[in-house]
Ligand binder design. Sequence first.
Ligand code: PMV
Length: 354
Amino acid sequence: MTEWSGKHAVAVAHPNIALAKYWGKLAQGTNLPAVPSLSLTLAGMSTRTEVRLDDALEGDRLTLDGHAVEGRPLARVSQLLDLVWAGAGTQSGRRPPAMVVSTNDFPTAGGLASSASAFAALAVAADGALGTEHSVNELSSLARAVSASAGRSLFGGFVELPAGVAGEVRLSARALAPADHWPLRLLVAVTAEGPKAVGSTEGMIHTVATSPYFDAWVAWAPQAFERIRQAVLARDLDALGPAVEQSALAMHATAMASDPGLLYWNGATLDVIHAIRRLQGRGLAAYFTIDAGPHVKVITMADQVDVITAALTRVPGVRRVIATRPGGPARLVTDGLMPDGLMPDGLTPAGERG
Ligand code: PMV
């Protein structure tokens, strides 16, 4: 056994759902968002990732939900491992190869923000295994360079990610308010299984290149972000809900106007939107948002969860409803504490460095 073999760390991270959407990257720089975004980190869904260093490996290996994965997902994992290694500045020599084992307790790559929790958990586990001791802001910036939304999942609760400035290298998300700031509930109406047809990176590149609405989206998004930010700080759901819906619809309108148009929705997506509008007509506080996939996420309060879940379940095409609430930050865990991605939120982070 050589120097690195056997060193390992396990981390858990939650996905986040953008209340103010990010869509589109700057032409220059490493994965810098063209617009500011604001998200809620979600307890109730999680990614658990182990990084185990092994000098005997010829290259990095990735197992995702029990299956060996190569190609682009593995390349992105290697990219983040390299960034964590190089970003410390104190490391010399070749980075040791790593075995990365990751499991999600929710559908992967289907518009449920699995890349956010995946790369947030990987950043923390890689930092633990490699002993690089990055700050949370540094890890957020490194994860953001691979998946911008992942930079937000380093933090719990309500999180903001500013728009990038051309040429900037470091850009990290920051905590706006902790998970207990506002006990919102977020219900995920799952309307399809399996990965989406066009990933968010490809979708954004296509939108920037071909949508006649992209410049208008970039000009408008900062004021929508600010409205959403103020509504979160004021815990004002009547102000937040319509602004969140408009941010999602404006993002999708921009993507739909691409050539050829990008359509992430299926029939059930639209049926759920109409069901939510009917609930609003009955005076219920329920608001929708949609990411780059067909699922609909519904923001509401705890006392309305049962009635809204029942209404969503009745929509044909809704396969199941996942109940989530504001969750904590990405953190190291002691292996064994979380057998199935189920760990009580708020548990004291316990590092494991082999
Ligand atoms: O950073 P990515 O590639 O996961 O893109 C995220 C894009 C959206 O989920 C649609 C919006 C967002 O801000 O999370």
